[in-house]
Design a protein around this ligand. Structure first.
Ligand code: SF4
Length: 405
């Protein structure tokens, strides 16, 4: 698995704390040239990092995810440069899943030819940040697009031939009524002009992240978070509407039509190794595959099982590191021992409807708390020996996990 973090956005959304630099639209020629030059340097830097780090992953790379930030602000030349770098690194076939995150506004502006260009380069899944179909909420979120642009962009994606489209939505916003949320869900389900459902929907509760503009609004008393009860009700509405439309609720925040579960993100939840490229990107690199898959101490002794490494969130430092051909100056890391691996594995697996191997869970958690959660229905055993959180308790999964660990 490879993840590429694109650290550019045209503007910042109110709630967002992801690392990104503003790459505003440039009106003058010199501004445009400077931006093209920056994007070109970024493309070269990512290719260099891939060449330097390709030995870090020994497993088969079958998914590529380009996220951010806003990858769709980049020209097609970025994606073709990445494709060449992958080819040089030995990846000659196609990816089982190749996702690019896009912003509706970019798709409307760049049109079908841009999307066709992505498909020609092997992209087979588009994830579009729609967030809401309520224009006043979109303005409050400082999103660039309105609901019309989201519909238009969706049509462009479909007309260009994208078959696997995921959209993101946000609930739990003060000012979003239950009926308003139902309307957004209804419009999400009918967004296709061809009468097809989006293959995948991710829906997140608005959270106040430190450093975001929203955190500033809360501090100034200009925004009061929605209550837990409101969020819970809207989550329940989401679950009901998605089930009614035929989606499988396969992870706390993710719903898919049959066969369209996200391969890349599902691998994160299974603790599969991945290589992250770009400023702010994280990598997860187990020292042996079995430690990742089973969360076990591979030698039977206490030792480091995996390394989580991340690049500093600093574009200029990243570009300098690439020019020097040495990314150690922008990398930080932590080592994970068997216990940390096991805890992570439990936390990640219990986010999914598949759950976790029952024997593994019994071995690593508080048995009394586990038995209690099984008895009161917050956890359930499945016929194939796994233990999972039933959908009705997904909303409080954090509390369940902390109870049993
Ligand atoms: S939500 Fe997406 S588009 Fe908005 S600032 Fe964050 S990364 Fe950029």
């Amino acid at each position: 698995m490879i993840y590429v973090h694109v650290p550019f956005c045209r503007s910042f959304c109110t709630y967002c704390d992801f690392y990104s630099e503003v790459a505003a639209k440039c009106s003058g020629k010199s501004g445009r040239n400077a931006q093209e030059n920056l994007f070109g340097r970024f493309a070269a830097a990512v290719s260099k990092e891939l060449a330097v780090r390709k030995g870090d992953i020994s497993h088969i790379v079958d998914t590529l995810y380009i996220g951010g930030g806003t990858p769709s602000v980049l020209p097609l030349s970025f994606f073709s440069s990445l494709a060449s770098a992958l080819h040089s690194a030995g990846h000659t076939g196609s990816f089982r899943e190749f996702t690019v995150e896009v912003n509706p506004d970019d798709i409307v502006e760049k049109g079908e030819s841009y999307v066709e260009g992505l498909l020609e380069l092997g992209v087979n899944r588009i994830s579009m940040g729609v967030q809401s179909f309520d224009d006043s909420l979109l303005r409050w979120m400082n999103r660039r697009h309105d609901s019309d642009a989201a519909r238009k962009a969706y049509s462009i994606l479909e007309n260009a031939g994208v078959e696997n489209i995921s959209i993101d939505l946000i609930y739990g916003i003060s000012g979003l009524s239950d009926n308003g949320w139902r309307r957004t869900l209804e419009q999400a389900l009918t967004v296709s002009s061809r009468g097809r459902l989006p293959s995948h929907i991710s829906s997140y509760q608005l959270s106040v992240e430190p450093g975001s503009a929203l955190a500033g609004l809360v501090e100034q008393g200009k925004y009061k978070e929605a209550s837990d009860e409101d969020c819970r009700r809207q989550y329940d509405i989401l679950c009901r509407e998605m089930a009614g439309a035929g989606y499988c609720h396969y992870e706390i925040s993710n719903f898919a039509l049959h066969g369209y579960e996200a391969v890349h993100n599902s691998a994160y939840w299974r603790h599969v190794p991945y290589l992250g490229l770009g400023p702010g990107a994280h990598s997860f690199l187990p020292y042996c595959e079995s430690s990742a898959e089973a969360g076990e101490d591979c030698s039977g002794q206490k030792h480091v099982c995996a390394v989580r490494r991340w690049n500093k969130s600093d574009l200029n430092a990243y570009l300098d590191a690439a020019a020097a051909g040495n990314f150690n100056s922008v990398s930080e890391f932590e080592e994970l021992g068997p216990e940390e691996m096991a805890m992570e594995k439990i936390m990640l697996s219990l986010r999914t409807s598949c759950g976790i191997d029952g024997n593994f869970l019994e071995e690593h958690c508080n048995r009394t708390a586990l038995d209690k959660a099984l008895a009161d229905g917050r956890l359930k055993k499945t016929p194939n020996g796994k233990i999972c959180i039933p959908e009705g308790h997904f909303f409080v999964s954090d509390g369940i996990v902390s109870d049993i660990l």
